[in-house]
Design a protein around this ligand. Sequence first.
Ligand code: 5GP
Ligand code: MN
Length: 336
Amino acid sequence: MFTPEALKKELAKPKQIVVTTHHKPDGDALGSSLAIYHWLKAKGHTVHVIVPSDFPFFLDWMPGRDAVLVYTADQAANDTLIAKADLIFCLDFNWLTRTHAMEDALKKAAGTKIMIDHHLEPEGFDDFRHWDSQAAASAQLVYDFITNVMDDHQAITAEIASCLYTGIMTDTGSFRFQATTPAVHLIAADLITLGAINWEIHESVYNSFTENRLKFLGFCLLNRLEVIAEYRTALFYISRQDLVRFQVGTGDTEGLVNYALAISGMKLAALIIDRTELVKLSLRSTGDFPCNEVCKKYFNGGGHRNAAGGNSNEPLENVVKKFKSILPEYKALLIA
Ligand code: 5GP
Ligand code: MN
């Protein structure tokens, strides 16, 4: 394990650095990655951001996005960058499996791995970690890392501030979720002071629907929502045909699951989607219901207590059935 002093020393000379994050990067994953990218680049390092897959169009305005390499677009070239990197920053994930196709290359890489993350139960692939499962977002930890671990608050530019604000805003559901402490608001206020234009970021992320996406939302609310009142649970299930019909792209289903929780009295919400590779499940809860435990135990996944995800190789109908069959086990928590 590296100490902060050793890391500072390491970063005192120009290095070859790779910054990476989890499959299908969300606002926090990309925001944290690009913030670190800008911070390192300004220090004179050679930095490559390599992400495992494409990311939602509503993040396609972020400062630095043009420099982002998608791993699978040129695997050989990206493997070389990863193998040659002196340091690898791993942001917003703590299990290498979360990087899907990049897992092998990262496993083999000899570079020092710096993990900044807020997910439970780190695997332990890292050489240095700035980790706190109570943090609202990895971007909050990146802010803390730059400010308090690297003592470099003065290096936070407007670009870095915008990236970090986006990460915190998206992971807190616009400052709504339980992890939104006074400290989170103070950091957000500082980021605005440093040049993040909060209202513009909100517009870019949330008011950038295509017409199809809004119609898809309407379709799901009307035709693909099932309320199981007995268990205070609501779920959406979406077939492959639905995705084709509305030309659903990466990011178009983001936030959909939250509508199920918006029904008064609901404790648990699920979104089950038949993607081409796998059936993907997203869970959201209020209070003590452990979404992460259910995802880990039954759906090959994990996450946080109130937001977690997983997947299955089974057909959509079976996954929906399996999900419903689990509810009785958690009845006491759901009707509490
Ligand atoms: P989402 O439902 O939006 O895909 O993910 C919500 C949260 O659940 C993510 O922040 C992440 O922590 C976790 N998560 C989603 N999918 C997976 C998965 O396949 N494996 C694990 N371990 N965690 C996941
Ligand atoms: Mn996150």
